[in-house]
Design a binder for this molecule. Structure first.
Ligand SMILES: [Zn+2]
Length: 411
């Protein structure tokens, strides 16, 4: 089984796949130009890590690149006439679909999430223009699930279908799953008695642990998540351990510093940069713009692929403090051990050529003595960040205030 092979065997297989893909990838003028500009000879590639010499191809640059060299920025690995479908996803970015079963590789993610042959699955991802609906549809069909192609919206109809049909699985965003289940209950269904729904694979939205718990405890649905993009297909997916998302076998992922393009040490946040081992659309060093952390520790499920701990947000919305991205959500998690903290604000400034973080917090009720120091300690342990913590009056930090204020001047 590929998912449980020793990491060294996976690495060797990925090198072989990369080498096998390169001749076709380099027939695409866009890819050839990138290799030439980087001064990289394809024959000199020993490991996928050698690709780091090639500057990141940014997802945010694709709309302009596709406009300059329509339709696929000269990056397609085969003639357009041999594709199965073409999509337009937000950006706007055109996405090709190759003519192979489960092109987007969702079968593994669905199996890891508990979907089984014969399950009836309500797929609420959009089927029009964007590939999300077909991505899941193809994976579900690959493992023998029966698909109800529900698409987005029609909440009442969809809630009724959950009851009328023995729907066992859900695919869609986490928020819409909750909406549907609440609507079904509002329309008279007892979720545990009248519904058969037991598994869900969610993507395209933040799945908080509290939402996961509600869906499990109130509605009896086990929810797992996957990380995918319209360009790459499935990149990573959760297993039963629910401790991060295992990287898919067909993508080579580096977590990189977006400014330098170099991989960051394991455990530090950086941009997810992926090379798709996909001869149809061989994207090399593709910068997703999503921020995550790579974890190579062994997983109790037996899968040996490294995991992305979670998606922290977009690279361009997250401050970098002393060379490290610090997402407000990381701070929020660290603060969750202090029930009295109502809200916070990260203020980043510059002093003597060093970044300084001041964390302002508002507490409900009187502040306990030493609270600021305790918070600073937890931040240092959990986020690896030195910060000055200030407990401020509620009026000084109104509700809805920005989570991050960056006072540094970039010149
Ligand atoms: Zn696992």
């Amino acid at each position: 089984m590929q998912e449980t092979r020793p990491p060294a065997r996976r690495a060797a297989a990925q090198v072989r796949a990369l080498r096998a893909m390169l001749p076709r990838a380099l027939r695409a003028p866009g890819t050839r130009a990138r290799f030439m500009r980087a001064g990289l000879k394809p024959g000199a590639l020993r490991t996928p890590d050698d690709l780091a010499a090639i500057p990141i191809l940014r997802k945010g640059d694709l709309p302009a690149l596709q406009e300059q060299a329509p339709p696929f920025a000269d990056l397609l690995g085969l003639p357009l006439g041999r594709l199965a479908r073409v999509y337009l996803s937000p950006g706007p970015i055109l996405d090709p679909e190759g003519d192979v079963p489960d092109y987007w590789r969702f079968a593994r993610a669905l199996t890891a999430a508990g979907f089984r042959k014969g399950d009836l699955v309500q797929n609420t991802f959009a089927y029009h223009l964007t590939p999300a609906g077909m991505m899941l549809d193809a994976g579900l069909r690959r493992i023998g699930c029966v698909v109800l192609p529900a698409g987005v919206g029609n909440t009442e109809t969809q809630a009724d279908l959950l009851r009328r049909l023995p729907v066992a699985g859900y695919a869609g965003t986490p928020a819409f799953l909750l909406t549907l289940l609440e609507k079904a209950r509002e329309r008279g269904a007892d979720p545990r008695r009248d519904l058969r729904l037991r598994v869900a694979l969610v993507s395209g939205g933040i799945l908080s642990e509290s939402l996961r718990k509600t869906l499990r405890e109130d509605f009896g649905v086990t929810v797992r998540q996957a990380y995918a993009t319209a360009d790459l297909g499935c990149v990573a997916y959760e297993c039963a351990a629910q401790a991060g998302m295992h990287l898919d076998e067909a993508v080579f992922v580096q977590v990189c510093d977006p400014r330098t393009g170099c991989p960051v040490p394991d455990g530090e946040p950086g941009e997810v940069v992926a090379t798709a081992l996909n001869p149809v659309y061989p994207l090399i060093r593709f910068g997703t713009g999503d921020l995550s952390v790579l974890d190579r520790a062994r997983c109790s499920c037996g899968r040996t692929a490294p995991r992305l701990t979670r998606i922290l947000g977009r690279v361009d919305e997250v401050p970098k403090i002393r060379g490290m991205f610090v997402h407000p959500r990381q701070v929020e998690e660290a603060l969750s051990t202090f029930p009295g903290v109502a809200r916070f604000q990260m203020v980043v400034s510059h002093r003597d050529h060093d970044d300084v973080l001041t964390l302002k917090v508002v507490v409900t009720g009187p502040a306990t003595p030493g609270l600021a120091d305790q918070i600073a300690l937890v931040l240092r342990e959990k986020v690896k960040l030195r910060a000055t913590v200030e407990v401020v009056e509620a009026a000084a930090l109104p509700e809805g205030a920005k989570k991050v204020v960056d006072l540094r001047k970039w010149d």
